[in-house]
Structures are given as C-alpha cells and as structure tokens.
Ligand binder design. Structure first.
Ligand SMILES: C[S@@+](CC[C@H](N)C(=O)[O-])C[C@H]1O[C@@H](n2cnc3c(N)ncnc32)[C@H](O)[C@@H]1O
Length: 270
C-alpha cells in the first residue's frame, strides 16, 4: 500500500509554473487555475489506486496528470480513455480531422510522458464493462451530456477507493451532464464529504463509510441550492443567448469557484 501524500511535494509551486507553461502549448480548454488544481489532485493522493482520465482530446490534462502523479510515485502510470473521434455533441470541434489521436500521441511524446500513460482508445462506458482496478482519482471530462456523464459516474464509482477524489469538468458550463451528476450523485450522496469548485471543475471526496462525510452536509446542501438555480437554464437547451445568458452568469457568480489554495485543500480532505 502506498503512503497517502498529505503534504505538498517539495517545490510544488515552481513545478506547477513550469507544468502550466508546457500544458499551455497543447490545445485544450482548462484555465490556469483548473490546471493547477488538477496537478494538486494528481500529486497528492488521498487514497490508494489509479488515476483515470475520461476524455483526453489532445492531451492537455493527460500531460498534467501524468507529470503531477509522478511527484507522488515515480513509477506511476495514469489511465486515459477516449475514442478520439469527438463523438458527443458537447465535444470540441476537430475542424475537419477525423481523429485527435495523432495530435494526442505527438503531444504526450513531445512532453516526455508517453510511457506514463496507459491509453484506452474506446468509449468510457465500454472500458467500464471490464474495469477492475481501484481508483484514487477519477477525472471526468468526456461526454458532457447528462446520459454520458451519468454513464461515466455509474460505470466507475463502484471502483472508487475509500478517500478517492472525483472531479468533473464543465459543471459550470452550459451543459446539463456535469451539473446534474454533481448535484444528484455527489452532493446528495452521504458517501461524499469535502468538495467544491475550482473554476468549472466540481470535485468531492468519496468515503466508503457514510459517517465520514456527515460533517460536510450543510456545505453540500448550500452548494446544491446555488447550483439548483442554474439547472433550469441548462436542461433542454442547446445554447444560452442574450438576457438568459446574463441571468445564468449572474446566478453562477454565487457559486464559489476561485483558485484553490493547496495547503487549505490538504487540510480539508481526509
Ligand atoms: C473536452 S474534451 C477533453 C479535454 C481534455 N481533458 C483536455 O484537457 O484538453 C472531450 C473529449 O471527450 C471525448 N469523449 C466523448 N465521449 C466520450 C466517451 N463516451 N468516452 C470517452 N471519451 C469521450 C472526446 O473524444 C473528446 O476528446
């Protein structure tokens, strides 16, 4: 069993400065705060098990996760799954290309992490059918429709280790998958404790024992209330426009989602 790293790796600040410079050369949609947060989650294990990324696109988050996970365990390999065909209506545009695989492979090689990634070129729900490994960090950034995100959560949640982190991207974007799964399956579940947002990443810590998350119930319900005001704007919609978009953004501003301080985060998780 590996030691849980309840302290920041040495030189984490300078490590992330360099990591962001690298990651920003790869096409992708994570903000600097989100990238720093992902690096923190990968570099500081809260449980035993693997890191699994759903949705790799051209490798921006894959590079961050694989480099940061190596701070905790020099031999760490992360798992990543993506059919590389941008099959969902919520996916980035491949601008005429049939696949993002070539760019993904080129990028992970150029950044020296190709041999730290176990890549599964398939749909996440297909991988879930045969997956047996415990997971310490589940990063969901694939199909952002409700059906897609729900399949991801339901497929891999049974493999979460006690203390594992789940993080979902674009919960505060105009898709209904992330926000509904985060609210219904995470905030309303007694098995999740500490949680919150960094940018559009909604995260929480899983506990096998429901009592471990009990102390966070008021915070979770307050977050649930604020998120519930956003839901009517994102279900049954393709794109928000005009006044409705302004109202959505106003309501979203009531959800705390600033940069996460690593030392505070380490004190919050168990
Ligand atoms: C927003 S992009 C991922 C961005 C990436 N995490 C990054 O940091 O740049 C979404 C990706 O999810 C992939 N995808 C869509 N549906 C999927 C599914 N069911 N399983 C796995 N990946 C999926 C798409 O092919 C696309 O590459």
């Amino acid at each position: 069993m590996k030691e849980k790293q309840k302290k920041l790796p040495e030189n984490f600040d300078s490590f992330t400065v360099n990591l962001l410079k690298e990651a920003e050369t790869v096409e992708g949609y994570l903000s600097p705060n989100e990238m720093r947060f992902l690096a923190l989650l990968a570099a500081c294990p809260t449980a035993d098990g693997d890191v699994l990324e759903i949705g790799s696109f051209k490798g921006r988050s894959t590079i961050i996760l694989s480099k940061a996970a190596a701070l905790a365990d020099a031999d760490a390999k992360i798992h990543a799954v993506d059919p590389m065909t941008a099959p969902s209506e919520t996916d980035p545009d491949l601008r005429g290309a049939e696949t993002s695989l070539t760019d993904f492979q080129k990028n992970i090689k150029a950044h020296g992490v190709a041999d730290r990634i176990e890549f599964h070129q398939t749909f996440s729900y297909k991988l879930a059918e045969t997956w047996t490994r415990p997971i310490r960090f589940l990063w969901i950034d694939g199909d952002h429709t409700y059906k897609g995100t729900k399949l991801d959560f339901d497929g891999f949640a049974p493999h979460l280790s006690d203390g594992a982190i789940v993080a979902i991207h674009d919960v505060l974007h105009e898709f209904d998958g992330g926000i509904r799964v985060y609210m219904e399956d995470i905030l309303l579940s007694p098995n999740f404790g500490a949680g919150g947002f960094c940018g559009s990443i909604g995260w929480a810590q899983f506990h096998g024992d429901e009592r471990a998350g009990w102390q966070f119930r008021e915070e979770k319900l307050e977050l649930y209330r604020r998120l519930s005001r956003l839901v009517p704007h994102v279900v049954f919609k393709k794109e928000l426009k005009g006044l409705e978009k302004k109202i959505y953004k106003l309501k979203r501003s009531r959800v705390p989602r600033g940069a996460v301080n690593p030392a505070d985060w380490l004190r919050t998780v168990k």
